[in-house]
Design a protein around this ligand. Structure first.
Ligand SMILES: [Zn+2]
Length: 388
């Protein structure tokens, strides 16, 4: 009933400290696929705080080539890229994969994530159901299946899939609808995402809308999902095809003027600006938070941010955690029927401020902020309130 946070490779100290401070609004954390071995402290702090602990096995990546070799470190790697057809037809291969993924879970985990693959057709969707069921039968812990599917999948097939999972004894899914941009989604996409979540919920399955930022928060407020998840300053969108294409063909390395390699996976540092309901890059955050006309309206006053208007820049991860968690905790404290109106207020204020930035304060790294997803969410909320 809350926001769930995925840990990046380096996020464990921030997460541990935040959880130790109480972490209202946070329902679960997900340990990093290969960084989990450093994340025992965060996992213990989560358990102490009554927060669920999951692990991200990233099994879907095993079905694609990976010249970087990163997938070789994932549980279930057999020395070869997974052949979906073969896995679908071999109960022994499935059992081996399930056992390897369960064994790859750290001991502190309280909910097990079965292996799963991107749903492209009926065969992969049934393969995932079989893998989830085999996992359920092989562990005493609760199991939550990950379902990554195309936003174009017809709703009647999604409903069938929900029934298959329920028949397999699965009562909870981490649902990711791909692609979900997070900033440029139209009303059709938003409404499809909500209906996709409903198709699972109609079968009695709890839904966490994975990697979903504002869309997830609104889905939660409207009752389309029991929870939603984000990374710390990242993972507010879903793009399975893009991510896999970067795995198969990594972008060429970039070099600075001295010939040193720059960039790579760790380049993004997301600065969350609550007033704009936006996570922006560091340079954009610096310019906007230096602007005395708007900075008090876009910044944060929680915790260490109370000392300085530039708080989100001095501790972006700590700030991201307290800002996101406090929004969700405030939402959760409201009666269910008031939550939609509360999100409507938040989004309307953010849209107004984004428009102000776009009209008056574009300069240097600050380009026009996208308003399409926020507008679609406002329209989605209004439609549902009118229908009610
Ligand atoms: Zn803050």
């Amino acid at each position: 009933m809350s926001v769930e946070i995925h840990l990046g490779y380096q996020d464990h100290h921030k997460m541990e400290d935040f959880l130790a401070s109480g972490a209202p609004g946070v329902g679960a954390i997900t340990l990093h696929a290969t960084g989990a071995k450093h994340q025992h402290g965060a996992a213990d702090a989560a358990r102490d705080a009554g927060v669920s602990v999951l692990y991200d096995p990233r099994t879907e990546r095993l079905a694609y080539d990976d010249p970087s070799g990163a997938t070789q470190k994932l549980p279930g790697w057999t020395g070869q890229v997974v052949d979906i057809g073969r896995l679908s037809s071999s109960i022994d291969d499935r059992a081996r994969l399930v056992n390897a993924v369960i064994a790859g879970h750290p001991n502190e985990v309280t909910i097990v994530t079965p292996p799963s693959f991107y749903v492209t057709d009926e065969r992969t969707s049934l393969l995932n159901v079989h893998l989830a069921e085999a996992t359920r039968l092989a562990t005493a812990l609760p199991v939550r299946a990950r379902v990554i599917l195309s936003s174009r999948m017809p709703l009647d097939l999604v409903a069938d899939l929900g029934r298959e999972y329920r028949a397999a004894g699965i009562t909870s899914v981490d649902l990711r609808v791909s692609p979900l941009n997070g900033e440029k989604d139209g009303i059709r996409k938003i409404s499809k995402v909500f209906k996709t979540a409903d198709a699972f919920r109609n079968s009695g399955i709890e839904v966490s809308l994975g990697n979903s930022g504002n869309v997830g928060q609104v889905a939660y407020a409207l009752g389309h999902a029991e929870s939603f998840s984000v990374g710390i300053g990242e993972n507010e969108r879903v793009d399975h095809a893009g991510r896999m294409s970067r795995q198969v063909t990594p972008p060429p390395p970039k070099y600075d003027e001295n010939g040193r390699k720059v960039g790579g996976g760790g380049g993004w540092e997301g600065i969350y600006l609550p007033g704009l309901a936006a996570t922006v890059g560091r340079k954009v955050g610096e310019v906007l938070l230096a602007n005395t006309d708007i900075r008090t309206r876009i910044s944060c006053r929680i915790g260490s941010c109370g000392m300085s208007i530039a708080g989100p820049l001095s501790d972006p991860r700590g700030h991201y955690l307290h800002a996101r968690a406090s929004e969700v905790s405030a939402l959760t404290a409201k009666p269910t029927q008031w939550r939609a109106a509360s999100e409507l207020d938040r989004l309307a204020r953010a849209l107004e401020l984004r428009q102000l930035v776009n009209e008056s304060y574009q300069s240097g790294p600050v380009r026009a902020l996208n308003t399409r997803t926020l507008q679609s969410l406002v329209e989605g909320i209004n439609r549902e309130r009118a229908a009610a």
